[in-house]
Design a protein around this ligand. Structure first.
Ligand code: SF4
Length: 373
């Protein structure tokens, strides 16, 4: 295991990042995991780390609290997990199985993953075949979206804020995406900071949707649940994996876990286990609108961020209507959502509420400060 020295670098299986609660490894996958594979991974998280497993807003899976020098790659190798290497590329967990998608994004994603150049930390690509799983709110340096007549490329931001290029065929889209990645590599800048790009009208965006619920697939169904505030104990993850029957389990954007190839007969057991274990199964759950970091579990944390977030969701479920809340244990803001948010954070001066340039209603600010007291 080679230690990543920069705190803003992207942690990976072979280059974990030092955080306030030990070393953190971030994993991405080319396909879903079997129930046995996810349960085995959860056991490794408990054995080598602190047992906390996270799914990020982009759908990566994180193991926390790893000891220095922990032999994670060796421990995971016998599980035969479909680990992805190279550039992180986000796709729908339903890819290739979704009757709503206009094209299977996986071949293009595989090509982008193989991009060879060195890239700045956190650079991400996204390939969206236009299916049912919501990806528009996921930020990416380079995004490819299948539309009528071909592919559109969006540079930087989310689908709403990206700078969109004209429609083109798949080969041209890959060539343009690789050119953009080459510029990002050469200029050591993020996609949002690239100069001199033309801007075409944005494609029509799909209605925003929660990454939770039932999706019909070509041959069976998928059921998506979310990790509360992106985090779960390894025991709960293993128990959920055991309830998924023969389904494949895909960590997915929106801090979700999606069981694909799920049979209708297995659906009730999976959803029942998820509910009992504390996962989010209702798309209207207010916890989906609150982001919170590891907080008290982190040496830098000055707030029990996830406990505060859970209390807010329980006490004021309507507060999150049309609003994203963010609770951060320190100014590093590890769990910062992509869009505008009201943030409750603690620093060396105390606890404060910020709207990141937008006004925060006085009653909301007062309530958040009281909850943090
Ligand atoms: S934001 Fe939270 S998880 Fe990140 S360093 Fe600060 S306390 Fe730790």
């Amino acid at each position: 295991m080679t230690a990543a020295l920069r705190r803003d670098a992207c942690p990976s299986l072979t280059a974990p990042m030092l955080t306030g609660d030990g070393w953190l490894a971030r994993l991405t996958f080319t396909d879903g995991l079997s129930g046995e594979g996810l349960a085995g991974l959860a056991a490794v998280a408990a054995r080598l780390g602190n047992g906390l497993i996270e799914v990020t807003s982009r759908g990566s899976l994180q193991l926390r609290g790893l000891a220095q020098g922990a032999k994670l790659a060796e421990a995971l190798a016998p599980l035969g997990l479909p680990l992805a290497e190279g550039l992180p590329v986000v796709t729908s967990p339903l890819a290739g199985r979704d009757p709503a998608e206009a094209a299977d994004p996986r071949p293009l994603a595989a090509t982008l993953r193989a991009f060879a150049g060195p890239l700045p930390p956190k650079v991400t690509a996204l390939v969206d075949g236009g299916g049912a799983f919501p990806l528009d709110a996921v930020p990416a340096d380079v995004r490819l979206l299948r539309v009528a007549g071909g592919w559109r490329i969006g540079v930087g931001g989310t689908a709403r804020t990206a700078r969109w290029q004209d429609v083109c065929d798949a080969d041209t889209a890959i060539a343009q995406a690789c050119d953009l990645l080459t510029r990002i590599s050469r200029e050591a800048r993020r996609g949002r900071d690239l100069d001199g790009l033309g801007v075409a009208p944005a494609p029509a965006l799909r209605p925003a949707g929660a990454p939770v619920g039932r999706f019909g697939l070509r041959e069976d169904i998928a059921r998506a649940v979310a990790f509360p505030f992106g985090s779960a104990e390894s025991g709960a993850v293993a128990a959920l994996a055991a309830a998924a029957g023969a389904a494949r389990l895909c960590p997915a954007p929106g801090r979700a876990l999606v069981a694909v190839e799920l049979t209708v007969a297995d659906e009730a057991a999976f959803v029942g286990a998820a509910t009992r274990l504390g996962f989010i199964t209702d798309p209207g759950d207010p916890r989906l609108a609150i982001a919170a970091c590891a907080g008290a579990a982190c040496a830098s944390g000055r707030l029990p961020a996830r406990a505060i977030a859970a209390r807010i969701a329980a006490e004021r479920p309507d507060m999150t209507d049309g609003l994203h809340l963010h609770v951060s244990g320190c100014p590093k803001r590890c769990a910062q959502p992509a869009g505008p948010a009201v943030t409750l954070l603690a620093d060396e001066c105390g606890t404060r509420v910020t709207g990141d340039g937008r006004g925060v209603p006085a009653d909301l600010e007062q309530y958040l400060l009281e909850v943090a007291r």
